[in-house]
Design a protein around this ligand. Structure first.
Ligand code: CDP
Ligand code: MG
Length: 691
């Protein structure tokens, strides 16, 4: 009776994405499941890249740039840095870097490599992600880091001189930082011909990447040093078939559809774990809750549901990677992090919702949103491939075959073409790259987005009339590993005497949420929030929670009682300490405003004036309009100001579901907006902002 297609109720179809036939996914030739299968060394030798070890080392040595393409799980990320180390690339005080777009992947692969090398994580093998540096200056030789962190390292060491080889991994993801990094590495190579670059990915148009890196106008025999023309190596592996199934009719609620598909697989298919692709923590939590309820009510046993998304606490991450207990079936509900960044063992079934959360920026409205959007064919193919590593698998796509064939985009749009560029521009400026429009990008950003970014940075006082970083503000803002709007808020707090409070707020904003995720206890959570709720808004509420946590002596019991996430609070304290160190380095005094919340709100306005909204007069449903572009927006239900609807607010970010919601809002006085950014609000001054 369900409107969804159920596995087993329809003749299986073997469909190749293009040619018609069978989908083949290369995998480890031994088809071992990894764990419990001989020593780690033996496992290493069974990986597809192992056969190419000599070729890889030869190409890296003889070429300035080597592009390596190989299926997820073939061993690129965990093995190549080790091969380089074994071949001596980390001798003489040099280091090997391997970048990843995702923080969680950095942690996971670094742990795995440390284990394989039998060393303590943080010594010979280490990792660095924002606000977490698990390396040792003297000992670390192989370092995993996010591409964003490597960009930051360039601010102190523009030629990245301590690295002999830099492997830019997951290049097909085309994250914003990856693209900036690729552009900069190309520049660095001109100054440092001895720097070797590896670009690796699961799928990439290797040719266009090679063309981008082909700086050679001369032949090798005319020149000393490595060949400038990039080498391309494709790692092959034996494949297992993946049968693809589609729904007959479009699905209206993909969370429900996912759950009913998982239950049908559990009913009708033989053993093997299930990997479900959803979009984010919210729909993952919802799906797990629904699955638990449905399994309970129908008396189904043996399912172990595990979430996987970035920001997941360490203990939960371990669950994802640990072997499935005998007689059980693990169901991993993941964001697209499991698409290519992480290898999960034992997956035989994939359920693909067809969506992922993607950043979209509209330079006209100047609004950046994280929206649930359809994935590309390239992604769909990757997702399906996750089912075919251990043995032949099945992939259940919750969209129609027609949709896949005729509507789904072939590849995704690089993030740089759908992002707000404020952080990108300031980073390039801080690295002394002034002609940003003329910068050699792997994919050009839109001029409109660039102009918007320059405009905001100018109003923040970060850039001067010649679009150069101002001194000291511009350089100081660039010094923080934060969104420039937050950095500016911190700088403003110095003059307003509330830096103690503002760095707490900045630390909290950098954490996804400080509340325990709700699963059926919305009412209790709302009541707990009320205990801390401040009339001024969410930022001041954060200060109350922080104060309570400190007064409780950082007690986990206190957190539990108040629906506050203990791990998130520990992280807030850690991040806050780091921000404190940066402010001290910049000579900013750590003053407290002793409860003067006006100072705090003014400091927030100094950073976030561009995100001001005004309640529509006579609005009965809490509709606001953004001051700059008159977009319709609403206060997010998670905010303490939800339904309070004060007249003027500034928000931290927008999320878009059925409407545009403002997350983390604070009341402001409109006159502060013009005070904070006279140029920015010049046009609006006469119309909407009272003097
Ligand atoms: O980077 P790529 O997708 O090519 O593969 P990888 O991440 O280097 O993974 C190679 C193999 O290491 C996988 O097939 C897994 O068997 C194993 N691995 C693991 O067991 N646990 C991890 N955290 C990472 C990798
Ligand atoms: Mg990898």
């Amino acid at each position: 009776m369900s409107q969804f297609w159920k596995p087993g109720t329809e003749r299986p179809r073997l469909v190749d994405d293009e040619e018609g036939g069978v989908l083949l996914y290369p995998t480890s030739s031994s088809s071992s499941s990894g764990f419990g299968y001989g020593s780690l060394e033996k496992q290493r030798q069974r990986l597809p890249v192992y056969k190419y070890r000599t070729d890889i080392l030869y190409l890296v040595e003889t070429h300035a740039t080597t592009i390596i393409v190989g299926e997820t799980g073939s061993g690129k990320t965990t093995q190549i840095p080790q091969y380089l180390k074994e071949a001596g690339w980390a001798e003489g005080g040099r280091m090997i870097a391997c970048t990843q777009p995702r923080r969680l992947a950095v942690q996971a692969v670094a742990s795995r490599v440390a284990e394989e090398m039998d060393v303590k994580l943080g010594e010979e093998v280490g990792y660095t992600i924002r606000f977490e540096d698990i390396t040792n200056e003297e000992l670390t030789r192989v370092k995993f880091l996010t591409d964003g962190v490597l960009l930051r390292e360039m601010m102190d060491d523009p030629l990245l001189s301590k690295y002999s080889v830099i492997m830019v991994d997951e290049a097909h993801e085309r994250s914003l930082s990856t693209d900036i990094l690729l552009g900069l590495l190309k520049k660095i190579q001109r100054r440092r011909p001895e720097l070797h670059i590896i670009i690796s990915s699961a799928t990439i148009e290797a040719k266009s990447m090679a063309a981008f890196f082909n700086t050679s106008k001369r032949r090798r025999d005319q020149e000393q040093g490595p060949i400038r023309e990039p080498a391309i190596l494709s790692v092959e592996g034996r494949g297992f078939n993946v049968e693809i199934f589609y729904v007959d009719d479009p699905v209206s609620d993909y969370v429900r559809a996912v759950v009913s598909t998982v239950l049908s697989i559990h009913d009708q298919e033989r053993t093997g774990d299930i990997l479900v692709f959803l979009t984010g923590q919210d729909d993952i939590d919802a799906a797990i809750q629904l699955l638990t309820e449905e399994a309970q009510s129908s008396g189904k046993q043996g399912l172990v549901a595990v979430p996987l998304y970035s920001g997941l606490p360490r203990a939960d991450q371990d669950l994802v990677f640990s072997p499935t207990p005998r007689g059980k079936r693990k169901v991993i509900f993941s964001t697209n992090i499991a698409e290519t960044s992480l290898t999960l063992e034992g997956i035989v079934y994939v359920v693909d919702s067809g969506f992922s959360k993607q950043r979209f920026y509209n330079p006209i409205s100047d609004i950046e949103n994280l929206v649930v959007a359809p994935i590309s064919k390239a992604s769909a193919r990757q997702r399906a491939g996750r089912a075919g590593r251990v043995r032949p698998g099945k992939c259940f796509r919750l969209y129609t075959e027609d949709y896949f064939a005729s509507e789904m985009p072939v590849v995704g749009i690089p993030e740089i073409q759908r992002s707000n560029l404020v952080s990108c521009v300031i980073q390039l400026k801080a690295l002394g790259i002034d002609n940003i429009l003329g910068f050699d990008w792997p994919a050009s950003p839109s001029p409109e987005a660039m102009i918007r970014a320059l405009e905001i940075l100018y109003s923040l006082g970060v850039l001067d009339d010649d679009a150069k970083l101002t001194s000291p503000t511009g350089f100081q803002v660039a010094e923080f590993p934060l969104d420039p709007l937050i950095s500016k808020m911190i700088l403003a707090s110095c003059e307003l005497g509330c830096t103690e409070e503002i760095i707490t707020i900045a630390a909290t904003l950098s954490i996804q949420s400080i509340w325990i995720p709700v699963r059926g206890v919305q009412k209790e959570l709302d009541e707990a929030k009320l205990r801390f709720a401040a009339a001024e808004g969410d930022h001041v509420t954060f200060l109350n929670v922080y104060k309570g946590f400190i007064q409780s002596n950082k007690s986990s019991k206190w957190c539990h009682k108040n629906f506050v996430n203990y791990h998130a609070m520990r992280k807030v304290i850690e991040v806050r300490e780091q921000l404190k160190r940066i402010t001290q380095r910049l000579g900013i005094g750590l003053k407290s405003c002793e409860g003067d919340m006006q100072a705090v709100r003014k400091a927030i306005t100094a950073g976030f004036f561009a995100n001001a909204s005004r309640l529509e007069p006579f609005s009965h449903n809490g509709m606001y309009k953004t001051v700059r572009t008159s977009q319709e927006v609403y206060i997010h239900p998670s905010s303490v100001l939800f339904r309070v609807n004060p007249k003027w607010i500034v928000y931290y970010s927008l999320v878009s579901t059925d409407r545009q919601y403002m997350r983390n809002v604070i009341t402001v006085d409109p006159s502060w907006l013009t005070e904070a950014a006279p140029h920015f609000y010049q046009k609006q001054m006469h119309s909407s902002i009272p003097q």
